[in-house]
Design a protein around this ligand. Structure first.
Ligand SMILES: O=C(O)CCC(=O)C(=O)O
Ligand SMILES: [Fe+2]
Length: 465
């Protein structure tokens, strides 16, 4: 999910020896299929200089030993404690571990859900991006091919492959998975992206040409034992929720201080990534082992690498929010400096910022820059869309806040026509009934403002543990 650069995703802990000898019919078929795909043409025999050059030369087992698990860098919390109020009080700079998902509002399939079930839900012919972790190259496979690979005996897998970027919104799988409630309350896509645009999304793939909104909210990660994803920052400085349904993951984490980000930029640009374990370059590198059932929240910019000790099935998602705006923009700059290709960046990053800005202006009572939706049903109404429906149950507030998806404004009544528009704005799209706007603004002040504005300063009654 959301890894910034193909170059950043690397190899495995097991040595290449596993390859070559043991090929089943299945794997031969797989190879044949892969060979038919234009994107990949490399096999063990066909390794070129680039492949050899890109291989990791440090020993990952020694890095696992060197950095033991450390619980000093994250907050361990109950699901019910991870609320909007928590973030408003404490900000979101510290990672959070929730061992048991109860109270998070997270929807997950049952523990016996398999990769085969994923295939049934997203379709056998859905193409998935697969990282060959040894050569660091990505290739495409169908879900059918991927499932055969994943379900084969570990000893029979002739190469290590990892799927970390299967975004499955708009497939059947989306109904089995829902992000923690608090994420819906913070995610700018839910708060600010125009609902009518999102509703235009029909494709289940993540091709930019057909994408209508930042489609990064629901990822399925399927990793076989031994996979390693090298140090990276998630795209656009997105924060992440990451739930282990099955298996186990070991993360190394580095705080995104200015010093560490500079080191990271240099390391990324140095072409020595595969020789140097980035954790060794910084003052403090932390490690955590995540078990099945755990949910982890990664704040903006935390640099991380991931090792998979057991075959794993993970669900997660990425989101931008109002508690780390500066840092998110700083990561955008890191991506520019390190030349991360468009394909690996947050889609519509700039556009989303404009929509968020519009929400802020609206919330503080400025003129409303809503987007008029084409509406040719001649019913004397114009539809203005500016938000998605979001319900936020906040443990400290007595009200349930709801942001509406669309508003309908009657435009050709007498009142409106006679109205002297104080805004002096000629643009029809922005000609709103002022009372309507005021009413909307009052509602938004009660709702959006609370969600979009930076949090109040921490108080002693913090819910942090
Ligand atoms: O689980 C993995 O291998 C990588 C997870 C991760 O950090 C990501 O997808 O961004
Ligand atoms: Fe990541």
């Amino acid at each position: 999910m959301a890894v910034a650069d193909g170059v950043l995703m690397k190899c495995d802990v097991r040595e290449p020896a596993v390859a070559a000898t043991t090929t089943t019919m299945q794997l031969q078929q797989l190879d044949r299929c892969l060979r038919n795909k234009p994107r990949q043409s490399y096999t063990d025999i066909m390794m070129d200089d680039d492949d050899i050059y890109g291989q990791r030369s440090f020993d990952l087992q020694s890095k696992l030993k060197k950095y033991p698990d450390d619980d000093s860098f994250y907050n361990s919390m109950k699901g019910s404690e991870v609320t909007l109020t928590y973030f408003q009080t404490n900000g979101f700079d510290t990672p959070i571990l929730v061992k048991d998902k109860a109270g998070l509002g997270l929807r997950m399939p049952s523990e016996n859900f398999t990769v085969s079930d994923v295939k049934k839900c997203v379709g056998s012919w859905r193409t998935v991006d697969v990282m060959d972790v040894r050569t660091q190259k990505d290739l495409e496979m169908s879900m059918k091919e991927w499932t055969s690979y994943y379900e084969s005996e570990p000893s029979r897998r002739d190469r290590l492959l990892n799927v970390i970027s299967l975004e499955f919104s708009h497939t059947k799988l989306e109904h089995y998975v829902d992000q923690p409630s608090v994420v819906h309350c913070m995610d700018w896509v839910d708060l600010a992206w125009p609902a009518y645009l999102r509703e235009l999304q029909t494709s289940a793939t993540n091709q930019l040409a057909t994408m209508k909104y930042p489609k990064v909210q629901k990822y399925c990660l399927m990793s076989v034992q031994g996979c390693y994803t090298d140090f990276h920052i998630d795209m656009g400085g997105t924060s992440v929720w990451y739930h282990i349904l099955k298996g186990q993951k070991i993360f190394w984490f580095i705080e995104p201080t200015e010093e560490n980000l500079k080191l990271y930029e240099n390391w990324t640009l140095s072409a020595k990534q595969s020789d140097i374990f980035f954790g060794d370059l910084v003052e403090q590198c932390y490690r955590i082992t995540l078990e099945a059932g755990n949910t982890f929240f990664i704040p903006t910019g935390w640099i991380h690498a991931v090792y998979t000790p057991k075959d794993s099935l993970v669900f997660g998602g990425n989101f931008l929010h109002s508690f780390s705006i500066e840092k998110q923009l700083r990561i955008w700059e890191v991506e520019n400096k390190t030349k991360v290709p468009i394909k690996f960046r947050y889609p519509f990053f700039t556009e989303l910022h404009w929509y968020v800005l519009e929400r802020y202006l609206h919330a503080i009572g400025c003129k409303q820059y809503r987007v008029k939706v084409d509406d040719d049903d001649n019913d004397n109404t114009d539809i203005y869309s500016y938000n998605n429906a979001v319900k936020c149950e906040d443990d400290t507030s007595t009200t349930t806040t709801t942001t509406t998806t669309t508003t309908t404004t009657t435009t050709n009544n007498n009142n409106n026509n006679n109205n002297n528009n104080n805004n002096n704005n000629d643009d029809d799209d922005y000609e709103d009934d002022e009372d309507d706007i005021k009413k909307d603004n009052r509602n938004l002040l009660k709702t959006d403002l609370k969600k979009l504005m930076p949090p109040p300063p921490p108080s002693s009654s913090s819910t942090s543990s």
